[in-house]
Design a protein around this ligand. Structure first.
Ligand code: NAI
Ligand code: ENO
Length: 363
């Protein structure tokens, strides 16, 4: 199975970015797209990203080996049901939605749980639409994959290799755990950003001085307040339970800050920033993933003695200097991911090509 014919239902920021990346790294792919926005589809066709615009959800989908659902999460669920009659048993349906349990439950109800594998790229932006899409948007970003208990290994591996091909980092996770994780690190922060901006709006002076002088810190933490209202309405409603559980914990934290401020406890405030600073500084400095410099590659190696020395010998024999080399112990890429950085782009490209010729899997 070559997974050559790839369909997109919804063709905006994320669908467009994945399609562009597929076109870049596997130009021979045949890309089909359907969306409720014809102008985005026409642009995609003009750019050479889309081969076939689908006017309807119909049996053209039977030709497709993998179908990406890339609309807001509630619409993805509607399309899962609509496309069911046209999908081959050996195809894969995946989605890019920010919530996973609800669509997995539906897949089970529809008896599609051997065909549907959840997906969620952990990168994006506050912008929307195909116009904002970019082949490099998801590069070096984690891409969560949520298999079901009926997902077969062959399909899982196929989806993983597409994700690796577009230079994202596959991260397999249980779908219920996924929803709790993203409720905390993505959904709640979007709600906080929106409410903070609205706090300023509702409390500013007539001359809008707050808006005018809002400094870098405020802008940094509120960029995502400009995200798509329809997309976030659907995410919040579909993932309401875990978001609400974290929101309640957060309200308790704010109440504690309020109480400590009332009693003017400088020590409490100091400790609060001490604790947060230490933890925040321990985050990966490159939020888009584990590859820090532009001249890095990651090579999958078997976990056995001598594996690293073989690779360094291949590179040395071809006069390619290594700047840094080390096993990725975080296991984001699974066991045996070796990170190598080079001094310049040419060395990096040559090394990647060479190691691939030796049948190493390089991303
Ligand atoms: N924006 C982001 O940063 C990220 C978004 N996601 C997820 O990706 C999905 C898509 O988000 P974006 O690409 O950002 O949104 P977008 O607004 O840029 O694109 C949505 C696409 O779906 C189409 N669409 C909307 N309603 C439709 C309907 N009823 N029928 C057919 N097509 C319809 C639109 O025409 C557009 O092509 C969402 O499920 C979101 O949760 C995941 C990771 C990051
Ligand atoms: O713009 C940002 O920083 C984001 O956080 C984008 C984003 C939005 C939704 C997701 O499910 C994942 C990532």
């Amino acid at each position: 199975m070559h997974y050559n014919n790839i369909a997109f239902i919804g063709f905006g920021l994320i669908g467009g970015s994945i399609a562009r990346a597929i076109r870049k790294y596997k130009p021979e792919s045949k890309i089909y797209a359907y969306a409720n926005n014809t102008s985005q589809l026409l642009k995609g066709k003009n750019d050479g990203v889309i081969d076939i615009i689908l006017k309807e959800i119909d049996d053209s989908l039977t030709e497709c080996d993998i179908i990406f659902l890339c609309a807001p999460v509630e619409f993805n669920e509607e399309y899962l049901a609509k496309i069911k009659p046209f999908i081959r048993k050996d195809s894969i349906i995946t989605d890019v939605g920010s919530t996973k349990s609800s669509i997995h439950n539906l897949a089970k109800e529809l008896d599609l749980d051997d065909i549907f594998i959840g997906g969620h790229p952990m990168a994006g932006s506050e912008k929307t639409g195909y116009e904002a899409s970019d082949a490099l948007l998801l590069e070096n970003a984690y891409y969560m994959i949520t298999p079901s208990s009926k997902t077969c290994n062959k399909k899982l591996e196929a989806l993983k290799s597409i994700i690796e091909m577009i230079k994202s980092i596959p991260f397999i996770i249980d779908y219920q755990k996924h929803d709790k994780v993203v409720a905390t690190v993505s959904h709640l922060p979007h709600i906080l950003a929106a409410t903070l901006v609205n706090l300023v709006k509702d409390n500013d002076y007539e001359d809008e001085v707050m808006k005018r002088v809002a400094a870098g810190g405020f802008k940094d933490i509120t960029r995502i307040a400009s995200a798509s209202p329809i997309m976030w309405e659907q995410i919040c409603i579909v993932n309401a339970e875990p978001i609400d559980a974290m929101l309640l914990k957060y309200i308790d934290m704010l109440k504690e800050v309020h109480s400590q401020l009332t009693s003017r406890s400088g020590i409490y405030i100091n400790n609060m920033f001490e604790k947060s600073g230490e933890y925040r500084n321990s985050f990966d400095s490159n939020s888009r993933g584990v590859l820090i410099s532009k001249h890095d590659i990651s090579v999958h190696i078997q976990d056995k003695p001598g594996a690293i020395s073989i690779i360094s010998a291949i590179l040395a024999a071809n006069s390619i200097s290594i700047k840094n080399i080390g096993i990725n112990h975080n296991r984001e890429k699974g066991e045996g991911a070796l990170n190598i950085s080079f001094y310049d782009a040419d060395s990096c490209e040559m090394a990647s090509k060479l190691l691939k010729e030796y049948n190493y899997r390089v991303i």
